[in-house]
Design a protein around this ligand. Structure first.
Ligand code: AHR
Length: 497
């Protein structure tokens, strides 16, 4: 007997799933950049890790945000360009690594190293400019250094530093968490700062550059803050045409959960926390709609993911990589698909070694974490048309009147097929799910299953990493309907043609 019915309304389109919904975020924090992307050793000198580059290139990551995070709020880009031995060593203000490890930044990995890394991996860079302690001139100069093809000192400096052609960096974040580590600003204060920065950065777009920039403002999970910011920022001499292409917020969940101590009730609350993404997107889109009637402002979630009590500043925000966290990523990616009309980019935190990373390293090797396999399995959604789905599922009552729907998913349509992703968020029991497609009659189905054999708390290590790879899923196609058995805490994908 089927205990969940999942219906795909293939004609009810939502919007194109922007490939950049599968984006990433890497900060100068713990072992993300140094030891994660960039390594130094006496024999080989220093450079990008080939193993990490390969894993990320294979995943075809569409966009990578850098250099922070809070680190960006105090970062001066000129420290990180030019001859290595002339680059100043600075303290890393926000990411102290405990009393024995001095929180210092060597600046060995700077703008040119990052942008070259993006070119090598085949990903679009997203640079976050310093609004917290920097000024608009510094941000405008960074754009000129990266992108200008003319005959100026800054463009020449880039050429001297080894890059003749402009990098054409499109995405520019003007600030990070400016309500917190980015200057503790009120929404009105940040709006006024944003307008100043956008004037000097945005004016270059289409004028001295032969390509457009997309400017990204920093918002908050408090949507009244966002509404006040947007109201103030729109009081610009540009009128309704103010330069603001995307508004962001961050959503971390599981902050009070210890992976080591968690039980099944904690798993439920954790997954309910991941699902709150849905409400946040609806509410920020509402705040945007209240002021941006004449132009589109996209929603970006440029930091998201599981953050557990194991991840503390002293250990560089490292936490175990589990099947449960990976399941939560699948839940969130499904939410993004359901909002493909407004979501223009998202960036999971953080790519390597830190928080809900996709890749983990030690001195010798790099390996995929379970979340890597979720991104890989969900890749066929990228660029597809998101379509509405409905689900009739059992749910579990949680504390505080919360409810966890135990089965969920999303769907999209491509040239000739429909791609469906499903999650069983029930960490206690298996569920049988019947999937029907309204509006098409599929003749073939291919299925994959993730984490079918794993305990939700199963932790990845380099020795067991292969155990988290996807397996084939038995999917019965009967009169246009597919039935699958989803083990507790698992993720499934179905390609129907
Ligand atoms: O990702 C870790 C930190 O979380 C970032 O630096 C900051 O923006 C957020 O608070």
């Amino acid at each position: 007997m089927s205990d969940a019915e999942f219906t795909v309304h293939t004609d009810a389109t939502i919007g194109r799933i922007d490939p950049e919904t599968h984006g990433h975020f890497s900060e100068h924090l713990g072992r993300c950049i140094y030891e994660g992307i960039w390594e130094a050793d006496e024999a080989d000198g220093e450079g990008v890790r080939e193993d990490v580059k390969e894993l990320l290139a294979d995943l075809e990551i569409p966009v990578l945000r850098w250099p922070g995070g809070c680190f960006a709020d105090d970062y001066h880009w000129e420290d990180g360009v030019g001859p290595k031995d002339e680059r100043p060593r600075r303290r890393n203000l926000f990411w102290a690594q405990g009393p024995e490890e001095l929180p210092e930044e060597s600046n060995a990995f700077g703008t040119d190293e990052f942008l070259q890394f993006c070119e090598d991996v085949g990903t679009e860079p997203y640079l976050a400019a310093n609004v917290g302690s920097g000024d608009p001139q510094e941000a405008a100069n960074w754009v000129e250094y990266c992108n200008y093809d003319g005959d100026t000192e800054l463009a020449d400096r880039r050429r001297e530093n080894g890059h003749d052609d402009p990098y054409e960096v499109k995405y520019w974040g003007l600030g990070n968490e400016n309500w917190g580590c980015g200057g503790r600003m009120s929404p009105e204060q940040y709006a006024r700062e944003y307008r100043r920065f956008a004037t000097y950065v945005g004016t270059q777009s289409g004028l001295m550059l032969d390509h457009d920039l997309e400017l990204i403002a920093c918002g908050f999970e408090d949507h009244e803050w966002n509404r006040r910011f947007l109201e103030e920022v729109s009081k610009s001499a540009w009128g309704a045409d103010f330069p603001l292409d995307h508004l962001t917020f961050h959503h971390y969940y599981g902050r009070t959960m210890s992976v080591a101590e968690a039980d099944e009730d904690d798993f439920d609350s954790f997954l309910a926390g991941a699902l709150e993404m849905d409400d946040h997107i609806t509410r920020i889109a509402g705040a945007i709609n209240a002021v941006a009637t004449t132009r589109d402002i996209g929603v970006i979630i440029d930091e998201w993911g599981a953050w557990h009590t194991e991840a503390i500043s002293e250990n560089g925000l490292e936490q175990p990589g589990t099947a449960l966290d990976a399941l939560s990523a699948a839940v969130v990616l499904d939410v993004f698909n359901d909002h493909s009309d407004v979501v223009t980019m998202t960036n999971i935190a953080q790519t390597i070694n830190v928080l809900q990373c996709l890749v983990e390293t030690d001195a010798e090797e790099a390996w995929a974490r379970p979340t890597y396999h979720v991104f890989d399995a969900y890749a066929p959604h990228k660029g597809n048309e998101g379509v509405r789905t409905t689900v009739d599922t059992p749910s579990r009552e949680l504390e505080d009147d919360e409810e966890l729907p135990l089965v969920g998913g999303s769907a999209s349509t491509g040239d000739d097929d429909t791609f469906v992703t499903l999650t069983n968020r029930d960490c206690r029991e298996d569920h049988t799910v019947t999937v029907s497609l309204e509006g098409t009659d599929p003749e073939a189905v291919d299925g994959q299953l993730l984490f079918g054999d794993q305990d939700p708390k199963a932790e990845v290590s380099k020795d067991n990493a292969a155990e988290f790879e996807p397996a084939d899923l038995d999917a019965d196609l009967n009169g246009g309907t597919v039935t699958v058995e989803l083990p507790a805490a698992s993720v499934a994908t179905l390609s129907l043609s």
